[in-house]
Design a protein around this ligand. Structure first.
Ligand code: NAD
Ligand code: UD1
Length: 340
């Protein structure tokens, strides 16, 4: 019999790509999303790609009774938990909102899982839990924190909460996936990242400059100790990331306890290198200006991917050119986002 996976935040950027790969891998999918940062139209896009319209509940994970109802109505084998707020800057100005959604919402979900004896979970964590790492590449056993903003802290707390849950309930199986920098879009151009307002992250910003929505890219600092002075990150194709979740779910089914795994490519690219790769992908120059460093930024961040290979049998396949080409395809096919 097909296994059924509950995907919270399943109409969002990473969630929608993961739903596609789950369906392609033969899973039944149930999505819970309150549509705070995504659109119902994503469901039809998923159907267009896979031929399957996933079951959808417009439910807020903070709403205990509604969440319970979802568990009552479906026989769930596992949960992939994406739902949450993710804007770093906003989390600094609205800490309680972030803790309420990312911590209280998650607690609600974990309690409901326990009540219904659903013991397999994959959690969306982030490389942000490492704070400013002493060296690169970053291994999973590096010290965690201190985090520099409530968003990052909410990821760190969730990790700790889940470690405690696994200690108390040995039947629980949790994979903490620490994402590096997800970019790109599905090759179909039908789903991708739709930023809310002015993009904070590099790729959506570059894409909006390329399509003419923004005048130029501000490059935050060129005096870092890196290849060309600009910040270096481990950009990973969102489809690779989605495939990592399939491996993580399979792993969770066969194990107990908690495991933290980096999802990155193991290669770092500078801001200027990414800008150039994007320019190549879209066939035009991307205007930019060198400006001051962004407060809180680190110079370099990329993953040691050994554990993902050894424990999950997963490694990233797509290179930076493909990431930029797919990102550009999505941007040019959907200049106003996903609305129909
Ligand atoms: P996203 O905003 O596109 O998706 C999150 C989804 O969760 C949205 O569809 C939103 O409507 C939904 N949601 C938010 N609060 C909810 C609630 N209370 N109840 C139900 N649904 C709710 O974000 P994403 O980029 O797909 O990120 C998914 C997860 O991965 C998040 O937890 C994020 O923190 C984490 N993450 C993202 C990145 C990144 O760069 N995108 C990096 C590391 C970790
Ligand atoms: C961001 C988040 C981090 C999260 C990570 C993974 C912030 C402050 N941090 O960090 O919590 O874990 O994504 O998704 O948002 N840059 C520019 N100009 C821009 C935008 C970015 O030069 O307009 C540079 C940055 O200085 C950095 C690089 O591009 O060197 C990547 O930036 P960004 O996409 O925001 O990702 P992170 O800084 O890694």
């Amino acid at each position: 019999m097909k296994k059924t996976i509950l995907v919270t935040g399943g109409t969002g950027y990473i969630g929608s790509h993961t739903v596609v790969e789950l369906i392609e891998a033969g899973y039944e999918v149930v999505i819970v999303d309150n549509l705070y940062n995504s659109s119902k139209a994503v469901l039809k896009r998923i159907e267009k790609i896979t031929g399957v319209l996933p079951k959808f509940y417009e439910v807020d994970i903070l709403d205990g009774p509604a969440l319970n109802q979802v568990f009552e109505e479906n026989h769930l084998d596992a949960v992939i938990h994406f739902a949450g707020y993710k804007a770093v800057g906003e989390s600094v100005s609205k800490p309680l909102t972030y803790y309420q959604n990312n911590i209280a919402g998650s607690l609600n979900l974990y309690e409901t899982m326990l009540k219904h004896q659903v013991y397999n979970l994959v959690f969306s964590s982030s490389a942000t839990v490492y704070g400013d790492p002493a060296s690169v590449p970053i291994c999973e056993d590096f010290p965690l924190g201190p985090t520099t903003n409530p968003y990052g802290t909410s990821k760190l707390y969730n990790e700790q909460i889940l470690r405690d849950v696994c200690k108390a309930y040995p039947e629980f199986s949790v994979v903490l996936l620490r994402y590096f920098n997800p970019i790109g879009a599905h090759q179909s151009g039908l789903i991708g990242e739709v930023p809310n307002g002015i993009p904070n992250n590099l790729l959506p910003y570059i894409a909006q400059v390329a399509i003419g929505k923004r005048e130029y890219l501000s490059v935050f600092g060129n005096d870092y100790d890196t290849v060309d002075g600009t910040g270096v990150r481990d950009y990973i194709h969102v489809v690779d990331l989605a495939l990592g979740h399939i491996k993580a779910i399979e792993y969770a089914f066969d194990h107990h306890g908690v495991e933290a795994v980096n999802l990155g490519t193991g290669h770092g690219y500078s801001v200027l290198q990414v800008k150039d790769a994007f320019a190549k992908a879209c066939g035009k120059e991307v205007a930019f200006k060198l400006v001051d460093r962004r407060p809180g930024d680190i110079a370099e961040c990329y993953a040691d991917t050994t554990k993902a290979k050894e424990v999950l049998g997963w490694s990233a396949q797509y290179d930076i050119d493909t990431m930029c080409q797919d990102s550009w395809r999505f941007q040019s096919m959907n200049p106003d986002g996903i609305n129909d």
